[in-house]
Design a protein around this ligand. Structure first.
Ligand SMILES: *Cc1c(COP(=O)(O)O)cnc(C)c1O
Length: 341
C-alpha cells in the first residue's frame, strides 16, 4: 500500500459535508421536556431513536473490545455497503472491485451510482489467484475492494486476507456476514494495523435477527465518522436497537443456535453422501452449502413442487444450487425429496 491518506480517497463533497447533529442526542439531560422534533407527546414509540446509537455501540464495544467510535450501525449491513460506496465513490467516475462469484449487492449499489464494477474471478476452488489480483489492481484504478469471507455463495473463507488489505491502494471492506459459523478469527483485530480496512458484520445470520435489519461496520475513527456523516440520522429504529441490546445480554442463546446450525450442517453433510443426484458438495465455513447436481433443473423443480425454496446459482456457477441449513424437520424434508430424484 502506498502511504495512506484518507483525504485522497473520500469524495470532496463528503469531506465538506456537515453531518446532521441532533442536539438532544449529543447532550446530557436530567429530566428533559422534548418540544424540539415535532413528535407526538402520546404513544409508546412516539420518540425518534437515538441517532448516535450510543447504547448499542457501548454494548458492542465491550463485547468486541473496540472503541465505540470505531463502530457504525446500519439498517442491515446492506445499508452500510451503500453508505461506504457513497463516501468514497464519485458517481459515474470511480470503480469498485469484487470477487466473482460473490455477494451481488456490492455490484448492485455501485451500479445505482453508475460506478464501474470490476470482477476478480475466483479459481476452481473459489479462491483468489494472487497474480490475477495484482494484475487487476495494476490495470485499474479502484476505490474499494469488497472481499467477502466466508464468501457468499461459495461458502469458503478466503485465505491470507491480509495480503489483499496490504496491497490494495484503497479501502478494503471485509464482509464477515458468516464469520460466526466459520470458527475463524475476525479481521477486526487487523484494524489497528491497516487504516484502509472496514469490517462488516450483521445480526441477520448467526444472530437470527434478519427481520430487525441491523448491520455493523468496524473501522478507523475517521472512516466511521464519514459513514455516520452520510447516514440517515435515524437509520436504525428504536425497536431494533433495543431488541439487539437485549439479545447481546443473552449470548448463550445465540451460541447454542450457532451450535445447532453447525450440527445440522454436519448432519446434512453425511446425508448428502448417499444422495445420487448430488455430484459435488463444496466445503463450507458458513450456514449454507453450494451443491453441484447432475440435473439441476429437475432438482430445483422437484424441490419447488414441495415448496422448498433454494437459490439457483447456475449458470453463473454451472449446475449449482445454494441451500442453507434449516431445522431438523426441514432438513429431513429436503433430503427426502433429493433422495427420490
Ligand atoms: C446476508 C448477507 C449480508 C447481510 O445483509 P444484511 O443487510 O445485514 O441483512 C451481508 N453480506 C453478505 C455476504 C450476506 O450474505
Amino acid at each position: 500500500m502506498k502511504k495512506f491518506n484518507i483525504n485522497n480517497l473520500v469524495r470532496k463533497n463528503i469531506l465538506e459535508l456537515q453531518p446532521y447533529i441532533s442536539f438532544r442526542d449529543n447532550n446530557e439531560f436530567e429530566n428533559p421536556i422534548f418540544l424540539d422534533a415535532n413528535e407526538s407527546p402520546f404513544g409508546e414509540f412516539n420518540r425518534y431513536p437515538d441517532s448516535t446509537q450510543k447504547k448499542l455501540k457501548q454494548t458492542l464495544s465491550k463485547v468486541k473490545n473496540i472503541s465505540p467510535d470505531q463502530i457504525a450501525l446500519g439498517n442491515g449491513s446492506d445499508e452500510l455497503i451503500d453508505l461506504i460506496i457513497k463516501v468514497f465513490c464519485e458517481p459515474k467516475y470511480d470503480s469498485i472491485l469484487m470477487m466473482n462469484p460473490s455477494f451481488a449487492m456490492y455490484g448492485f449499489y455501485a451500479s445505482i451510482n453508475e460506478n464501474r464494477v470490476v470482477k476478480l474471478n475466483l479459481n476452481e476452488n473459489f479462491e483468489i489467484d494472487k497474480d490475477e489480483f495484482l494484475n487487476i489492481i495494476k490495470e485499474n484504478q479502484l476505490k474499494i475492494f469488497f472481499l467477502c469471507s466466508p464468501n457468499n455463495p461459495t461458502g469458503n473463507c478466503i485465505k491470507d486476507i491480509e495480503f489483499y488489505i496490504k496491497n490494495f491502494n484503497g479501502i478494503v471492506v471485509v464482509d464477515e456476514a458468516y464469520i460466526e459459523f466459520s470458527g475463524k478469527k475476525s479481521c477486526i483485530e487487523l484494524l489497528e494495523k491497516y487504516p484502509n480496512l472496514v469490517v462488516l458484520q450483521t445480526f441477520s445470520k448467526a444472530w437470527g435477527m434478519a427481520g430487525a435489519r441491523v448491520g455493523i461496520a468496524y473501522s478507523s475513527k475517521e472512516i466511521i465518522k464519514l459513514i455516520n456523516t452520510v447516514k440517515a440520522p435515524y437509520n436504525v429504529n428504536y425497536l431494533s436497537l433495543n431488541k439487539i441490546i437485549e439479545l447481546i445480554s443473552k449470548q448463550e442463546i445465540v451460541k447454542s443456535n450457532i451450535e445447532n446450525a453447525l450440527n445440522e450442517i454436519a448432519w446434512l453433510k453425511t446425508e448428502f453422501e448417499n444422495i445420487n443426484c448430488i455430484k459435488k458438495v463444496y466445503p463450507t465455513d458458513a450456514n449454507f452449502f453450494l451443491i453441484e447436481f447432475e440435473n439441476i433443473e429437475k432438482v430445483y423443480e422437484k424441490l419447488l413442487e414441495k415448496e422448498i425454496l433454494t437459490s439457483k446459482r447456475s449458470p453463473q456457477i454451472l449446475n449449482c444450487i445454494r441451500i442453507n441449513v434449516g431445522n431438523r424437520e426441514e432438513n429431513i424434508q429436503l433430503t427426502q425429496v433429493l433422495k427420490r430424484i
